[in-house]
Write a protein that binds this ligand. Structure first.
Ligand SMILES: Nc1ncnc2c1ncn2[C@@H]1O[C@H](COP(=O)(O)OP(=O)(O)OP(=O)(O)O)[C@@H](O)[C@H]1O
Length: 909
């Protein structure tokens, strides 16, 4: 028997109507029994890839996860979705959990690697009998000694391979270099795995760094910033590198009466668990923690991650900062570093067992230091480290891209430093040549006779830290090169530096511009004095809500909190902030409308729906907001920090036309002649309205629009070519193109180019147009031969007519068919679905019976359409019922989760 579809499972349990990039392909591969390696950014939705298959196949998914707290959070959130989930570990209090697990009673079963290796083979064989659909290893980089979080127990997981024959294994991680990826594949014995490597870019995160000097002045400032986060109920994690720092920051927060929790390895399990639980339940908003808290938190709505001290590697920084904004809402990652942190390499190397490992640790620690010091785009630097190229040199969403740093000529100072390093032989660490420059007469310097070199003492006016800051900039610009041997760092002049030195003499140096960092400007104290705190920096965005909507949103947050408290769960587990924002913007009045919101799942609707609808009604009234407002135009994953504002420049007529087209699925032709109009308008005018709405930021189904205006890939390329020749004025473009290309096609093409819409949408148009061709064939057969078709389409187009004709052609075909079969004249509106409709109507073609819409008849009919049906088609098909009655039936079915709506198409669950 066929199981539920991927889409209906996604909507029913998770509330989402579309998969994020890669998810569908990964789920599909797992369903086919294939091993997978998934390397995707933090917060990109990896978990969903192993959570969906068990719900489709009705078998257990076993998930290996390194941390108990993480498993507990995930199980809690899954239970809120009515998914049978459980974990096996020493922390499990339910005595029946193990037997239930063995009997396949859970959809998703989490366990630590230790537990998985300890379970007897009888457990696995019994569970196998009931059915295991996959074994997922989350945070799979822990399996590799090259990873930044190597856990020896992960290495033994390969034992399970021989026990779980024919069960697909899935390794998932957010950070993995080539070496680590190879290790994962080898260690888990993945057999020709389906490998997915997504982008590491977290578009919604704003990155910034700031140097600081340890002391009470800085702590006071930090506490004051954090108290603002707490007051705004914005969840914040402060990561410290030592337990001492955690305690110090925590004590400062307590002194200032800022409610917070703390988490480090020297606390009792109970204390840690209590703080953890309270934090995820929003009982307080600030958590001060060591990296022990690192991966172990699944809270998606963390708005700020602050590092108090330079992290031990860039990989761990990516992981820890990646806890921020996993729900896609703009969030801030701030790193405070002090130069004294940079000397902690030996300490981190104490974990290493081999020289290679020590070198790897030092390398990634050096990368973290460079990240602190870099004066160019931080996102570029971060992504570049993971081997990804960011398409532009400036991301616009990091401190270096948003603040203008003055550049000054430091050719003389750079010359002194580099020449001194070279004179010392180029195999020392940075301290020695700096001491020479500053005129030190230490034994080491005198022994090596470095007091005799001409640069001795020439740099005594600047502090050692100042010279180190300059060296960092020269390293960042490749003039100097840092290398490691074991744990020892040495510095030498690189090729670029040598070129510079050869063009210098003591009296002349060519200009060498360096960005004036606070340290170089002598401001290495607390802040740069620009007020660039974590809260007010340019990464902070307006949340896209009007004042009244913002008030409503806050009230709904309170409502959610009350519900979560009553159900002893975390607010985010009920529904995410992003979903609540959508609810705020649309203010649904019915269950069906609530069900239609992205992020609302069946369990949520059934458990909290009625109460929430009541609150929405009452609170919206209090704020003077109408119910069933316009939908949000933002898409969570596309939300980029500091860029999106909802534009409302559309006149009501234009907005209405867009809504009818995009939301209700009507064609331009139908909208132009809609009965609600006093008089029909031109179809072209409607298309212009839709184009304008697209330009104003309203979502557009591009594939459908291309099809409707007949824009093919070839025409689009021709338009682009014309634009590159003659610019963007319509007339000259039109003159460049074949006569049949219409102004509307040009306008759509221009907008797509402007909005950087991928040509793939037109590829799908091509597919649809092939469908149109096939449809045409079928139609012609139905009508009794191809000749009748061509003659009815004015004899100008053949069955293999090129793509450009598809729109027009299809209309004619449709009308031909209708003329012939039912005698009823029908324009070929909504043709994307008409082919399917046609197939069904074949049986009914001769007897034009007016069908009535009932829950059963609609469900029965929808079964025929795997890809969904437009409202207009449903209304048309059930012509025995009035439109309102059909909509009523659909609403009932949607609110009961028998059907769901995706991109204006109704689908069966
Ligand atoms: N298809 C989707 N549509 C909308 N939201 C989604 C989708 N898939 C996942 N999400 C949401 O994205 C957030 C992050 O998902 P998830 O926890 O699976 O990420 P992850 O890649 O496993 O992250 P990490 O590596 O940090 O653990 C969650 O809030 C989840 O509900």
């Amino acid at each position: 028997m066929q199981g539920p579809s991927m889409e209906s499972t996604l909507k029913k349990f998770f509330g989402f109507s579309t998969f994020r990039p890669y998810q569908k392909e990964i789920v599909d591969s797992i369903l086919q029994g294939r091993d997978c390696l998934v390397v995707m950014a933090t917060g990109s939705g990896k978990s969903l890839c192993y959570q969906v298959p068990p719900l489709i196949l009705n078998k257990t998914a076993v998930v290996i996860s390194p941390l108990i707290s993480l498993m507990q959070d995930q199980v809690m959130a899954l239970k809120e979705r009515d998914i049978r989930a459980e974990y096996l570990s020493s922390a499990q209090n339910d005595p029946n959990a193990l037997t239930n697990a063995e009997r396949g009673l859970y959809d998703i079963l989490y366990m630590t690697p230790e537990k998985a290796c300890m379970l007897p083979s009888s457990f696995w064989s019994r569970l196998l009998d009931y059915g295991i659909c996959l074994l997922a290893v989350d945070e799979a980089h822990c399996i590799s000694e090259w990873g930044h979080n190597f856990r020896v127990e992960f290495k033994q997981l390969d034992k399970l391979r021989d026990v779980l024959l024919n069960v697909p294994f899935v390794g998932l991680t957010a950070t993995a270099t080539g070496k680590v990826r190879d290790d994962i594949v080898k260690s888990l014995k993945l057999q020709s795995p389906y490998i997915t490597i997504g982008s590491f870019d977290r578009q919604n995160l704003f990155y910034s760094c700031q140097s600081f000097v340890r002391g009470s002045a800085f702590l006071n400032e930090l506490v004051s910033e954090i108290s603002t986060c707490a007051a705004k109920t914005e969840s914040t994690i402060i990561y410290c590198t030592t337990v001492k720092d955690v305690e110090e920051v925590f004590a400062s927060l307590m002194e200032s009466r800022v409610q917070a929790g703390m988490y480090h390895g020297q606390m009792s399990n109970k204390a840690r668990e209590d703080y953890h639980r309270s934090f995820i339940r929003d009982e307080f908003y600030i958590m001060v923690a060591t990296i022990a808290f690192g991966m172990g938190i699944d809270k998606p709505d963390i708005r700020h991650v602050i590092h108090y001290g330079c992290p031990k590697s860039l990989e761990s920084y990516y992981q820890e900062s990646g806890r921020c904004g996993r729900d896609g809402i703009p969030s801030n990652c701030r790193l405070y570093y002090t130069r004294s942190d940079f000397g902690k390499g030996d300490f981190y190397c104490s974990e290493a067992r081999t020289a290679d490992q020590r070198e790897a640790i030092m390398d990634s620690f050096a990368a973290a230091q460079r990240y602190c010091m870099v004066t160019t785009c931080r996102r570029n630097f971060l992504l570049g480290y993971f081997g990804e190229t960011y398409p532009s040199s400036r991301c616009g969403t990091c401190d270096n891209c948003t603040s203008s740093k003055k550049e000054i000529d430091m050719s003389r100072e750079a010359f002194l430093l580099m020449a001194c390093i070279q004179s010392c032989g180029g195999h020392w660490g940075l301290n020695l040549p700096i001491d020479v420059l500053r005129g030190s007469r230490s034994k080491k310097i005198l022994d090596a006779r470095f007091d005799k070199i001409p640069f001795h003492g020439l740099g005594k006016d600047m502090s050692a830290n100042w010279w180190k800051a300059l060296a960092s900039q020269l390293i960042a610009q490749d003039y100097l090169v840092e290398t490691f041997k074991d744990i020892y760092k040495s510095i030498r002049v690189g090729t670029k530096g040598n070129q510079f030195l050869t063009s210098c003499n003591p009296d002349y140096q060519p200009p060498l511009y360096i960005a004036l960092t606070p340290e170089l400007a002598g401001e290495d104290a607390i802040k740069d004095g620009t007020g660039n705190g974590i809260v007010d920096n340019s990464g902070q965005v307006s949340n896209g809500l009007s004042q009244a909507e913002d008030k409503l949103y806050k009230k709904l947050l309170e409502e959610r909190m009350k519900l979560a408290k009553a159900h002893r769960t975390a607010p985010y587990a009920l529904c995410g902030d992003q979903t609540l924002r959508r609810i705020t913007l649309t203010r649904p009045s019915t269950r069906a409308r609530l069900a239609n919101i992205d992020g609302v799942n069946q369990h949520f609707l059934n458990t909290y729906g009625d109460r929430l609808l009541q609150s929405i009604r009452q609170l919206s009234q209090e704020e003077g907001l109408n119910l069933d407002g316009e939908p949000s135009v933002e898409s969570p994953m596309q939300t980029k920090v500091a860029t999106i504002h909802r534009k409302r420049n559309l006149s009501p007529a234009k907005f209405e036309a867009w809504k009818m087209w995009q939301e209700d699925g009507l064609t331009a032709q139908k909208i132009a002649n809609h009965p609600s109009r006093a008089a029909p308008i031109k179809e072209e005018t409607v298309l212009m309205y839709i184009i304008e709405a697209g330009r104003e930021g309203c979502p557009i189904d591009w594939a459908r629009l291309c099809l409707e205006v007949g824009l093919t890939q070839e025409t689009f390329s021709n338009i682009q070519e014309a634009v590159s020749k003659v610019g963007t004025n319509l007339k000259p473009i039109k003159n460049e193109l074949p006569e049949e290309v219409t102004y509307i096609q040009i306008k759509v093409g221009l907008l797509m180019q402007e909005m950087q819409i991928s040509t793939e949408v037109i590829a799908s148009t091509h597919q649809q147009s092939c469908e149109v061709d096939n449809f045409k064939k079928e139609t012609s057969e139905l009508l009794g031969g191809s000749t009748s078709l061509t003659s009815k389409t004015e004899g100008t187009q053949s069955n293999t007519a090129p793509l450009a004709d598809s729109g027009d052609h299809q209309m004619k075909v449709d009308s031909a068919m209708n003329d012939n079969s039912t005698g009823k004249s029908e324009n070929a509106d909504d043709f994307t679905c008409s082919r399917k409709r046609l197939k069904l109507d074949e049986a009914q073609a001769v007897q034009s019976v007016a069908l009535e819409a009932t829950e059963d008849s609609v469900l029965d009919w929808l079964k025929n359409f795997k890809d969904g049906v437009l409202l207009s088609d449903i209304v048309e098909h059930f012509s025995g019922s009035r439109e309102e009655s059909v909509i009523n039936v659909l609403n009932c079915l949607e609110s009961e989760f028998f059907i769901f709506k995706k991109k204006n198409l109704y689908h069966l669950m």
